[in-house]
Design a protein around this ligand. Structure first.
Ligand code: CP
Length: 310
């Protein structure tokens, strides 16, 4: 476990609120928890008697499951509510849902919602610690942290790297959390994607907007691609997925422009054959499943650390 209790955040709402020291502390804590998932008996009593509620108003495979796995490995009692099974479908407001959940005295609420700012809003109605599992196009801090952990493991450092992020930046909360996280730790983030999917002002977060895919990927240490989020596009912003794959997909040829030992990342879910062809998604440089493994360790660390501030 990381030494010295320096973590003071009651809620995890975004990378924006985390200092360089906070990030290092979370990653060190995650590192110490990672080994638990390799044991025969994958359980420690750290959060015994604590109640964790997963409140997901958007679909999720990785985030929801890994928060649940993380909580269970720490002996917490976990409960899942999804939008389809909650009374919000009957017209209940989020505030009323929150007050009712709060009345059951949970210790931690993990929330995913399509509206940016919902996790912050939730903190006004509950005493529990709140962890943002993705809010609209705003932030996805646990994904940002697991991405940092994965890069640190593979590159040995988080400073002085070139990180290329390619794809739908406009709708991506992962991109925002990663840009903030990697730049805060001393690396340079270069982004590229279809012009309508590059939001104005993204450079203010510290990213460099590239004029071509080659410019973004050349000599990169990390090549990360993002899914085209068609569910968040009211009008189609792309002519076709086939054209997208030709112009913005990370083929083996494109990847050869990066450093020879560059790693390929994707937060998932991957649209195979669109942002990544199978030979790259499953190739020797891909660390996509390492990201998923590290997601459990990072989420164990977050659950542990927010409970330490209670
Ligand atoms: N990376 C990520 O957030 O995946 P899920 O949508 O499956 O949780």
């Amino acid at each position: 476990m990381a030494s010295g209790n320096v973590f003071t955040h009651r809620h995890i709402l975004g990378m924006e609120q985390l200092s360089r020291e906070d990030i290092s502390y979370i990653l060190a804590t995650a590192d110490s928890f990672k080994e638990i998932s390799t044991r025969t008996i994958k359980k420690v009593p750290t959060l015994r008697g604590h109640t964790v509620i997963n409140l997901f108003f958007e679909p999720s495979t990785r985030t929801r499951l890994s928060f649940e796995v993380a909580a269970k490995r720490m002996s917490a009692d976990t409960f899942n509510i999804s939008s389809s099974t909650s009374s919000t479908t009957k017209g209940e407001t989020l505030a009323d849902t929150a007050r009712n959940i709060a009345a059951m005295h949970p210790d931690i609420i993990i929330i995913r919602h399509s509206c940016a700012g919902t996790p912050l809003l939730l903190t006004r109605y509950v005493e529990a610690a709140v962890i943002n599992a993705g809010d609209g196009a705003h932030e996805h801090p646990s994904q940002g942290l697991l991405d940092l952990m994965t890069v640190k493991e593979h590159r040995g450092t988080l400073g002085g790297l070139k990180i290329a992020i390619v794809g739908d930046i406009a709708h991506s909360r992962v991109a925002r959390s990663d840009i903030i996280g990697f730049t805060r730790m001393g690396s340079a983030v270069h982004i590229y994607g279809p012009a309508p999917l590059i939001p104005k002002g993204i450079d203010l977060l510290g990213a460099t907007v590239c004029a071509s895919l080659e410019e973004a990927v050349r000599d990169a240490d990390v090549v990360m691609t993002l899914r085209i989020q068609r569910e968040r596009q009211n009008d189609p912003l792309l002519p076709s997925l086939r054209e997208y794959a030709c112009q913005f997909g990370i083929s083996r040829r494109v990847l050869s422009l990066a450093k020879p030992d560059a790693i390929v990342m994707h937060p998932g879910p991957v649209n195979r054959g669109v942002e990544l062809p199978p030979e790259v998604a499953d190739g020797p440089q891909s660390v996509i499943l390492d990201q998923v493994t590290n997601g459990v360790a990072v989420r164990m660390a977050l659950l542990y650390l927010v409970m330490g501030t209670a």
